[in-house]
Ligand binder design. Structure first.
Ligand code: IPM
Ligand code: MG
Length: 350
């Protein structure tokens, strides 16, 4: 019986994860669920954001359903004790170097995006974000300059093997879609990016069927607002992918709509699935959060880690149907509560 680790985390994490779990349970797939604290909740339970038992559960599970981490109460703690440290450690420990962040516009949500409907029409992007390298995981710290000034530093680097493996995922993804891959970097300024671009070009030789373009990240940010529907697959590093995926979410109407899958390979073993939104402490516990991103993350779990493509499609169709029927949480301009939105998706599940 497949084991799903449920790590609700902080803020709105528990609320949205509850709805995603309800949808998974409704499929009668004979899944086993085990829950564990992570982030601020992990810190409160055992003094560290990623308790050893939580990590062990994630490693043992066939897939991890993750909520969100982040809690202003713990912002002043040393970095390794902050909620976010748990997420970064999980990604690293599970070797999840691939982060797939699809941004699609569900029919009926054209008006939810701050962009004009004709601009977002046809939006269907996958951002392939590298997840365990880059400036996120380089040496970081504080030091004092010769002038006696406090200085912070974070080391940015990628080696060629790290770039090659994520580039391959980008090309493979593009090959299965519209065969357009846009690699995003800042090669005009950063040496890390120049190596990135060189390696992506080397990998491109193996994929003559895919049309590759390169774009500087500042231009990509602009084009994502100007003509988002022209993108197919975007492959980029950890930091740029973090920023561009939040931006892409607004093209899709709301950050409450975007799921993600973090994978160590195509088999999906140990894959982790989370909405790209954070813990949103300002609306936590009020039933205002949109559970769609979490529910769609559960669909990705079924697809990538359990090989249940048909069930994944059923969930995605149910979300589409609920939205088409007008079900909306406040972020989409509606007034349904988190659990009412979950009800709407459940009743649309055929
Ligand atoms: C994300 C989040 C995380 C990140 C934070 C919470 C560490 O913003 O998954 O996009 O920066 O990767
Ligand atoms: Mg982010």
């Amino acid at each position: 019986m497949p084991l799903i680790a449920v790590l609700p985390g902080d803020g709105i994490g528990p609320e949205v994860t509850t709805q995603a779990r309800r949808v998974l349970e409704a499929l009668n797939l004979d899944l086993q669920f085990e829950e564990a604290p992570v982030g601020g909740a992990g810190y409160l339970a055992s003094g560290v954001p990623l308790p050893p038992e939580t990590l062990a559960l994630a490693k043992r599970a066939d897939g991890v359903l993750f909520g969100a981490v982040g809690d202003p109460r713990f912002e002043a703690l040393e970095r390794r004790l902050r909620p976010e440290a748990a997420l970064l450690a999980l990604r690293r420990e599970l070797g999840l170097f691939v982060n797939l962040r699809p941004a699609t516009l569900f029919p009926g949500l054209e008006d939810a995006s701050p962009l004009k409907p004709e601009v977002v029409d046809g939006l269907d992007i996958v951002i392939v974000r590298e997840l365990i390298g880059d400036v996120y995981f380089g040496e970081k710290g504080r030091r004092t300059t010769q002038e006696g000034l406090r200085q912070g530093y974070d080391w940015m680097s990628y080696d060629e093997a790290e770039v090659e493996r994520i580039a391959i995922v980008g090309f493979e993804m593009a090959k299965r879609r519209k065969r357009k891959l846009c690699s995003v970097d800042k090669a005009n300024v950063l040496e890390t990016s120049q190596l990135w671009r060189d390696v992506v070009n080397e990998v491109a030789v193996r994929y003559p069927e895919v049309a590759l373009t390169h774009m500087y990240v500042d231009n990509a940010a602009m084009q994502l607002v100007r003509r988002p529907a022209d993108f197919d697959v975007i492959v980029t590093g950890n930091l740029f992918g973090d920023i561009l995926s939040d931006q892409a979410s607004m093209c899709a109407g709301s950050i409450g709509m975007l799921p993600s899958a973090s994978l160590a390979d195509w088999s999906g073993a140990n894959g982790m699935y989370e909405p790209i939104h954070g813990s949103a402490p300002d609306i936590a516990g009020q039933g205002k959060a949109n559970p769609c991103a979490a529910i769609l993350s559960a669909a990705m779990l079924l697809r990538h880690s359990l090989g249940e493509e048909a069930c994944a499609l059923r969930i995605e169709a149910a979300v589409a149907k609920a939205l088409e029927a007008g079900a909306r949480t406040p972020d989409l301009g509606g007034s349904l509560t988190t659990s009412e939105m979950g009800d709407a998706v459940l009743s649309a599940l055929t």
